[in-house]
Design a protein around this ligand. Sequence first.
Ligand code: ZN
Length: 374
Amino acid sequence: MRVQALAEALISRASITPDDAGCQALIAERLAQCGFRAEHLRFGETDNLWITRGSGAPVLALVGHTDVVPPGPLEQWSSAPFEPDVRDGKLYGRGAADMKASIAAMVCAAEEFVAAMPDHTGTLALLLTSDEEGPARDGIQAVMPWLKERGIAIDYALIGEPSSSTRLGDRVRIGRRGSMHGYLTVKGIQGHVAYPELARNPIHQAAPALAQLAATQFDQGNAHFPPTSFQIYEVRAGTGANNVIPGELFVNFNFRYGTASTEASLRAQVESILDAFGLEYELRFRVSSEPFLTVSATLIDAVQAAIQSELGIATVLDTGGGTSDGRFIAPTGAEVVELGPINASIHKIDEHVAVADLEPLARTYRQVIERLLG
Ligand SMILES: [Zn+2]
């Protein structure tokens, strides 16, 4: 019941990204009572909380975000999104699964761990941000350099993102694919549609190259990641007039890629296809996140063992889904694993979490903490 009560208190704070709406103050107040020291870090519009107990290595950080996505049309919700409601064993509210249940479970796990082991080894930290669902610039990405300046290195990061598929703990994430955008401008020569010999149509020129790009398999994937996916998501051309061949065509596309490719290898493949079709073009890329993968075993072993012992199942190590704040933590050398509730309803109308999963999730987190700092 302790986890549920805290989850409800967090859900009732309407923390639409990047507004924290008092969630972090509530958590800091709770944890101060068992010896945690808080650093409230406000960058831009974003509230971040770094709160620790103990000292030295290893540093285990429980990581999460207090912000939520907007609820969408209120009239479609069966109960108000920021008024927690329990029906048929499910706790409903925006952020219930992504990720206020996890945060509540982490806080309760931390409290119970330090009550049982007040002289634990190393440092137990919670790292929370209110900018994960938004641009994510003033959140964990900004906190990591702040930690580095103070000589603090996270050894293990357990992120509470909802990783589970059909049963609590059936999946944990040990990495995420990277994401890279491409912005292509194909140059033609504008002219009258009745005089094509005086123009050069960039749509006609680009079409076979785009078909080739769409049909290309950029890599085969590897043991940890599926093959790279390439998706064109925007194509624009035309002047608005129906008798003008446009002078330019704009194409935006995205790669989701694992460690079987690199940014450079993907760029080179795109350019060689465009060149093979003789296009005149400008091409710009932006990496929004690099792929990451935890292979060292300490944190993974602790999480697998805790799930086996508390939840009675063998979890699957997975790298699916979109990006997460793990992308900012992993490059510092930390081991990163994501474990949280079932993700079927996240970002949807009537988001919910199973009440019966709340205490087991907290017990599993507590066991991970005990295995690393006990
Ligand atoms: Zn989330």
